[in-house]
Design a protein around this ligand. Structure first.
Ligand code: IPM
Ligand code: MN
Length: 339
């Protein structure tokens, strides 16, 4: 246990978001880690009430925290008062770009019937470039001659820092396996850059076995034989899609954790479950907090609390309770009792 109190910004968000962040913080504190938290009210509800998503001053304040824990943001399904992209670009992507969270790290744990129990693979997704960069635009919108372009931005700097992080992660695995996933046969410009960067960096890591999969083939392999993977390194959009698929084949998106990392530590890293706000069950006490707890484990690793992170990771991995029967409080107490 460290003596230091970590300053954590808590962005509960909408729907079940605040419920799962509260549960995760309770478990982390029970694991003996001292946190100094500050809550920030952001998300769909805040936008509807006050008309803005994330102001400059708040972004700057968030930069200085040791970490950010985010629950979930978004309106209820069927509520169309917020145009698509307002929250995504205004909050999530603003945090990723503004705090230079250039790695999106998503580990997936084996469950019975999918990958072998106990085995883990992870997706290292580039998190600030690709089609997410916002390059493009429309011309003659709404006319028969409308044009829309949406380019993919890939810089040597951005690709290389992502690939280097991925190799570093691969060396930590028992089976040092790294797979580049792309579509080099069609996206020849971006794919060429990614492939050359991987080839270059690979010379510094002779102990890592390097492979390449086209993204469409990777979808089949993830379903049929996810055991083949150690670290998957890929661009922003492929990583987004593959990580939902990986979540689905390893027990469901309700268990998937993610870390938006700035490994250079020039801005606070952000930890969030992959799932959404699930307004339909908000306030019922039925939200599954395990994805947020697992995200908090990644946060503890980042904060240098390796002991607590390992302990909590093991308790989560050994969890064999019935989430539906236990509910949020039941799962939280189950974890705390076993710490
Ligand atoms: C994710 C989400 C986000 C993304 C959306 C909400 C902007 O799907 O974190 O995977 O596309 O990155
Ligand atoms: Mn996604």
């Amino acid at each position: 246990m460290s003596e230091r109190s970590h300053r954590v910004a808590v962005l509960g968000g909408d729907g079940i978001g605040p419920e799962v962040t509260a549960a995760a913080l309770e478990v982390v504190r029970a694991a003996g880690v001292s946190l100094d938290t500050k809550a920030f009210d952001v998300g769909a509800a805040r936008y509807l009430r006050d008309g803005f998503v994330l102001d400059d001053a708040t972004l700057e304040e968030l930069r200085g925290f040791d970490a950010i824990l985010l629950g979930a943001v978004g309106p209820a399904i069927g509520d169309h008062r917020i145009p698509g992209g307002v929250l995504e670009r205004g909050l999530l992507l603003r945090l990723r770009f503004g705090l230079d969270l250039f790695i999106n790290y998503r580990p997936f744990h084996g469950v019975e019937g999918s990958i072998a129990e106990g085995r883990t693979f992870a997706i290292v997704r580039e998190n600030t470039e690709g089609p997410y960069a916002g390059e493009g635009g429309t011309l003659r919108r709404g006319t028969a001659h409308e044009i829309a372009t949406q380019g993919s931005v890939n810089t040597r700097h951005g690709v290389e820092r992502c690939v280097r992080y991925a190799f570093g992660r691969a060396t930590m695995l028992a089976r040092k396996q790294l797979t580049l996933v792309h579509k080099t046969n069609v996206l020849t410009f971006a794919g060429d850059l990614w492939q050359r960067v991987v080839d270059d960096v690979a010379t510094e890591y002779p102990e890592v076995n390097v492979e390449y999969n086209h993204v469409d083939a990777a979808c089949i392999y993830l379903v049929e034989s996810p055991d083949r993977y150690g670290i998957i390194v890929t661009d922003n959009l492929f990583g987004d899609i593959l990580s939902d698929l990986a979540g689905a084949v390893t027990g469901g998106i309700g268990y998937a954790a993610s870390a938006n990392l700035n490994p250079d530590r020039t801005g606070a890293s952000m930890f969030e479950p992959v799932h959404g706000a699930a307004h339909d069950i908000a306030g019922t006490g039925r939200a599954n907090p395990l994805a947020c707890v697992s995200s908090a484990v990644l946060m503890l690793e980042h904060l240098g609390e390796e002991g607590a992170a390992q302990l909590l990771a093991r308790v989560v991995a050994d969890f064999d309770g019935d989430v539906t029967a236990l509910g949020t409080a039941g799962v939280t107490n189950y974890l705390i009792e076993r710490l």
